[in-house]
Design a protein around this ligand. Structure first.
Ligand code: SF4
Length: 282
């Protein structure tokens, strides 16, 4: 199946987002998801352009609001494979509240954060995930704030799937995204996706030297919550692989009675239901 709509991405040559785009396409192909059965919803930022480069349903939403839109789409049509995608500023600055609530709600969808630890689209400002001491135009003397730890927020919010990938490790990223899509619940995937133009600190080489691969650690058990927390702390969040996964029931499966029927399968002809609705007011 062809998931490319033949648009040419306007990302800078070498941007990590190319690999994320390719990895989503490859994961979808592995799972044989028909393009009309998939929707990619994005926020604002360089990463937000991703929804325009795929031959699937897409919506380029507003800053920090990809998740509400994506959740709404999944709720009315749970048969769609829904992926929300955005940058670290999108998900952990203006959109933080949506990130936390989407995670705890556990709707069956995947959220990909294309984390470059900087605001690229606005020409290189410090983001909530930039490291302490990070020098940009907005922090010329170095950031004095500690960065948010996205995986820890996900775990603390009750995530049922937490993983991290790296744009340069595409084979692993495809495997992670495939598992994330298959996971029955909300999958949080933080991808280290270097901004080659503005972030001269967290480069491909820097990540190669600092990232630990959980797949190579026999002692890591992704079904052990305490182990996941310990692993996050011991690596300072610099790892790739699946950190944590459980099979808690997703949002839809917990809806009671008729409300468990998706909107696209409900009879929306209100005239048929008028008498029933009015009984609430009698
Ligand atoms: Fe990618 Fe950075 Fe260029 Fe944006 S500015 S397209 S994040 S390399």
């Amino acid at each position: 199946m062809d998931y490319s709509n033949n648009s040419t991405p306007t990302w800078c040559p070498g941007c990590g987002d190319f690999s994320v785009l390719r990895s989503i396409q490859t994961a979808a192909a592995h799972l044989a998801i028909a393009p009309h059965q998939m929707a990619v919803i994005s926020g604002i930022g360089c990463s937000g352009r991703i929804s325009g480069y795929l031959n699937v349903y897409g919506f380029h939403s507003i800053h920090g609001r990809a998740l509400p839109v994506a959740q709404g789409i999944k709720l009315v049509n749970p048969e769609l494979t829904v992926i929300a995608a955005g940058g670290d500023g999108d998900g952990f600055a203006i959109g933080t509240a949506h990130t936390v609530h989407a995670i705890r709600r556990n709707i069956d969808m995947t959220y990909v954060v294309m984390n470059n630890q900087i605001y690229g689209l606005t020409k290189g400002h410090t983001s909530p995930l930039s490291t302490t001491g990070f020098v940009t135009k907005s922090t010329p003397y170095g950031s004095i704030e500690a960065p948010i730890k996205p995986g820890m927020i996900a775990l603390a919010s009750g995530a049922t799937f937490v993983a991290q990938g790296f744009s340069a490790y595409q084979e692993q990223l495809v495997e992670i995204l495939t598992r994330a899509i298959l996971h029955k619940g909300f999958s949080f995937v933080n991808v280290f996706s270097p901004c080659v133009t503005f972030n001269k600190t967290n480069t491909y080489q820097w990540f190669r030297e600092h990232l630990v691969n959980l797949d190579e650690m026999n002692s890591h058990d992704p079904h052990d919550f305490q182990s996941a927390i310990n692993r996050y702390i011991s690596t300072d969040g610099l790892f790739t692989g699946i950190l944590y996964e459980n099979d808690d029931p997703d949002y839809y499966s917990k809806l009671p009675g008729e409300r468990g029927t998706s909107v696209v399968h409900q009879d929306l002809d209100i005239s048929n239901q008028f008498d029933t609705l009015m009984q609430d007011f009698i």
